[in-house]
Design a protein around this ligand. Structure first.
Ligand SMILES: CC(C)(COP(=O)(O)OP(=O)(O)OC[C@H]1O[C@@H](n2cnc3c(N)ncnc32)[C@H](O)[C@@H]1OP(=O)(O)O)[C@@H](O)C(=O)NCCC(=O)NCCS
Length: 177
């Protein structure tokens, strides 16, 4: 039986493993954390736990003007069984502002999930990675610039894709509370 409850310090190891494995097959595959992030603001941190093992997690950070889903991840062996929906339903009654938002790239599971969960797309922009194979013209650095991560406006999508091999569309989803 899977329990939804607050995160505990004793969850640390399986929380990290769940986060790592959940994003492995996504456009965030290299967004790896080796320590649980610490928030500057208050946050609601819930987990789905099976036999003392974290198989799903949600962190929602509370800002003065909104709440933001910092991370939502379900272990690949446990996806599509309603766990992300249960985590959202558990956190929603705790939120007091007007708006809950989230940011995600192009993965169909995430985009489908936000849209079916009452979120609508509000804004999109680009995440662009320059690798050592990509053109370095226009960049300035003290030495040779090998890699870079950049934000760019969505209006630049065609030219960014022509020039760089790794470009992600990042979308903001918003749900009114
Ligand atoms: C997105 C994610 C959190 C959904 O979790 P989940 O527990 O599988 O979702 P639920 O079971 O609550 O909801 C299922 C719905 O999500 C969407 N979904 C989930 N997996 C999907 C897939 N492989 N393909 C398409 N849609 C999918 C569908 O809308 C699905 O409804 P359906 O089964 O009726 O078609 C999960 O796939 C995940 O952890 N992905 C990797 C991490 C990630 O992308 N996090 C969110 C963005 S930061």
């Amino acid at each position: 039986m899977t329990e939804i409850r607050d995160y505990r310090d004793t969850d640390a190891a399986t929380w990290l493993r769940c986060r790592l494995l959940s994003f492995f097959g996504t456009e965030y595959y290299d967004d790896v954390v080796t320590q649980r992030p610490v928030f500057d603001n208050p946050a609601h941190r819930l987990v789905a736990v099976d036999n003392d093992t974290v198989i799903g997690l949600i962190d929602v950070e509370i800002f003065p003007d909104r709440a933001t889903i910092d991370v939502l991840a379900i272990h690949p062996d446990h996806q599509r069984h309603g766990l992300a929906t249960r985590l959202l339903e558990a956190v929603l009654p705790r939120l007091q502002g007007d708006v809950l938002d989230a940011w995600t790239r192009g993965d169909a599971p995430a985009n489908d999930w936000y849209q079916r969960s009452g979120f609508t797309e509000n804004y999109r922009y680009l995440h662009v990675y320059k690798s050592s194979q990509d053109d370095a013209a226009g960049f300035e650095a003290p030495g040779q610039l090998v890699t870079a991560f950049m934000h760019a406006p969505i209006s630049e999508e065609a030219s960014m894709r022509e020039r760089f091999s790794r470009v992600h569309v990042c979308r903001q989803y918003v749900r009114r509370l």
